[in-house]
Write a protein that binds this ligand. Structure first.
Ligand SMILES: [Zn+2]
Length: 243
């Protein structure tokens, strides 16, 4: 599969006071396929890969237009969702060894205040323009169909490493809060139905399954002076659902 690279222009709203604010307009080279892909390694078969991501071999083949079982080293495979679940493909990444349940007291929701983006784009911005050595400040990114699939969950390295976030100004909250960012500007537009379904599934899993219900959902603007995650994020409904 060909790896095509292109330049995407990232337009950032001036209004947000989020980890991405004040970025102006930047261009990044990013992979056309986004990062919801698996690069085939030596010895792997379709059934290994399907099992790893919790999908069927048939759906993996269908998503990649494969008619046979032959795959080659370094081939990039798209990973489909299982039964409409946004969580299933990334469950293995979320269920990292060394998960530190005692650390996480809050889940803080953000919007990117940009029209487009994905984990890689925001990672480069935070690392190269915000001087954040750990890069991507959020633990999770939920795509809007621009640079990753609509509703796709991307797991950041701060989650897999179980380290502090860089998504709010408060050091104390960064230390004990999981940061989830939905791509989009919800002051001017609305999250997609897939993003809300994906967010709900992810928060439910983190809060109820991983953390035993003990962490609290907060919007960034409930903590600091900011519009984030925007007036069109369904905050009341999410508090009704998650407390
Ligand atoms: Zn924010």
């Amino acid at each position: 599969m060909e790896r095509r690279h292109f330049i995407k222009k990232l337009s950032l709203a001036a209004a947000g006071v989020c980890a991405l604010s004040g970025a102006g307009s930047l261009a990044f080279a990013i992979p056309a396929e986004g990062s919801a892909t698996h690069v085939v390694r030596s010895g792997e078969t379709l059934s290994h890969i399907a099992r790893r991501y919790g999908v069927t071999v048939a759906s993996l083949k269908q998503a990649n237009g494969l008619t046979g079982d032959l795959i080659r080293i370094n081939q990039r495979l798209a990973i489909p969702g299982r039964g409409g679940s946004f969580l299933a493909p990334v469950r293995p990444q979320i269920d990292v060894a060394g998960f530190n349940a005692g650390r996480w007291r809050h889940i803080i929701v953000h919007h990117s205040a940009t029209g487009n983006g994905n984990a890689e784009i925001f990672h480069r911005f935070h690392r190269d323009h915000r001087n954040m050595p750990n890069g991507l400040g959020y633990h999770f990114i939920i795509g809007n169909g621009t640079n990753s699939r609509d509703g796709e969950i991307e797991v950041g390295s701060r989650w897999t490493r179980q380290i502090q976030g860089g998504h709010v100004r408060s050091l104390a909250y960064n230390a004990n809060s999981i940061g989830i960012c939905l791509v989009g500007n919800f002051e001017t537009g609305r999250p997609t139905a897939n993003q809300i379904a994906s967010f709900t599934e992810l928060v439910h899993y983190l809060k109820e399954t991983k953390l035993g219900g003990s962490c609290r959902l907060l919007a960034h603007k409930e903590l600091e002076t900011t519009l984030c995650p925007g007036r069109h994020f369904p905050l009341r409904e999410m508090h009704q659902r998650f407390g």
